[in-house]
Design a protein around this ligand. Structure first.
Ligand SMILES: Nc1ncnc2c1ncn2[C@@H]1O[C@H](COP(=O)(O)OP(=O)(O)OP(=O)(O)O)[C@@H](O)[C@H]1O
Ligand SMILES: [Mg+2]
Length: 358
């Protein structure tokens, strides 16, 4: 079932925390609300669940306006970061709870519980009580409890945040696969851009109560709409360098220590003050005597397994991060050249932050 948010505003007292949200989440897709702490993700999710009234605007599930519908009448399942299991019930009974209150036949309920327990790898814990589980195991039971029902819409608010790093990576894939089996529209909240990138069909990037961009992971990564999205998506983060645009038929970015032609610039800039964005993967190190776009000195080298991040200081204490293969031989204080793949560069208007690449 698709979910439509039409002109949603939300204020707590005088403070407006969500501003004119207009989004359509297509049926059966995995949608992520992504943004830094305090941007309004949980508030938006709670409004979709019916746990928080909207200040203005409409929420539709399919064609039906659900603003006045109680949470239990929305056919949603929810998992929140702060979940509560029934302490006196076994894991099996906790998992089956939602089905039991709906008077599901026992055989069907047992099958659903076993299936979800197998997916979450908690089959061996079914006869334990919550107090006999680790934090991560409890979190999985909470997930499982929401999964056993057949909701139209599955809402999750940072459900993996209490799990250790390794389990989180496994669970990302499990949730993604479960989403495909479940056939529900999933709306998932996280502040972790990597989680969003790996799991989602579409991502709504939020900041300050405003949706900055809504698109596929490839779109928000490859064509960030503005400076905020450019800086928030991608790890290591995009280099952002201030400078100015020169020349109209052959636009050139000019800044102390770096001048480069920009073949992709299409939109007409409202001002000459711009920010050049270039990902560390789109820069390359060359020897001191080879042609380069900028020259500098290696400030620090970080080994990340198969890659190395090399921070190069140039001009007046400016720095760029270059990603190279781990085998590349480079040391602190080496003088190096840096080449830039200008076709992959982004340009943003400094004042509005909007991209100038069409
Ligand atoms: N009941 C409330 N009363 C007043 N202000 C609130 C209330 N709930 C949330 N807020 C404020 O609304 C803003 C958005 O909060 P919200 O919990 O939606 O953010 P979030 O994006 O989920 O952040 P986090 O990643 O930290 O969970 C915050 O500034 C928060 O302080
Ligand atoms: Mg939150």
């Amino acid at each position: 079932m698709d979910v439509k948010l039409e002109g949603i505003n939300k204020s707590f007292g005088q403070v407006q925390v969500l501003k004119d949200i207009n989004l359509v989440f297509p049926s059966r897709k995995f949608i992520t609300l992504l943004g830094p702490s305090g941007c309004g993700k949980t508030t938006l999710l709670r409004m979709i669940a019916g746990l928080e009234p909207v200040t203005s605007g409409g929420i539709r599930f399919g064609e039906r306006v659900v603003n006045e519908l109680a949470p239990r009448d929305r056919n949603i399942a929810m998992v929140f970061q702060s979940y509560a299991l029934y302490p006196q019930m076994t894991v099996r009974r906790n998992l089956g709870y939602g089905l039991r209150v709906r008077k599901t036949p026992k055989a069907e309920m047992d099958a659903a519980v076993e299936r979800v327990a197998a997916i979450l790898e908690i089959s061996h814990l079914l006869d334990r009580k919550p107090a006999q589980l680790s934090g991560g195991q409890r979190q999985r039971v909470a997930l499982g409890r929401a999964m056993v029902r057949q909701p139209d819409i599955f809402l999750m608010d940072e459900p993996l945040s209490n799990l250790d790093a390794k389990l989180r990576v496994t669970m990302r894939a499990e949730l993604r696969r479960f989403h495909l089996d479940l056939g529900a529209t999933t709306i998932y909240v996280t502040h972790d851009q990597l989680e969003a990138m790996t799991m989602s069909d579409m991502i709504a990037v939020m900041h300050g109560g405003i949706v900055q961009q809504f698109g596929t992971p490839a779109e928000v990564y490859g064509q960030p709409a503005n400076l905020f999205v450019a800086g928030f998506i991608g790890s290591p983060p995009m280099n952002l360098l201030a400078g100015e645009l020169r020349g109209d038929d052959k636009p050139t970015f000019a800044s102390p220590g770096l001048t480069v032609q920009l073949p992709n610039l299409v939109a007409h800039p409202p001002s000459r003050d711009v920010m050049l964005g270039i990902r560390p993967q789109d820069l390359d190190l060359v020897g001191d005597h080879e042609p380069a776009d900028l020259r500098g000195r290696v400030w620090v080298v970080e080994l990340l397994g198969s890659e190395k991040l090399v921070e190069v200081e140039y001009a007046e204490r400016k720095r760029v991060t270059v990603q190279v293969r781990a085998e590349t031989s480079v040391n602190v204080d080496d003088t190096v050249g840096v080449r830039l793949n200008a076709r992959r560069a982004h340009v943003f208007d400094i004042k509005s932050g909007a991209t100038l690449r069409s």
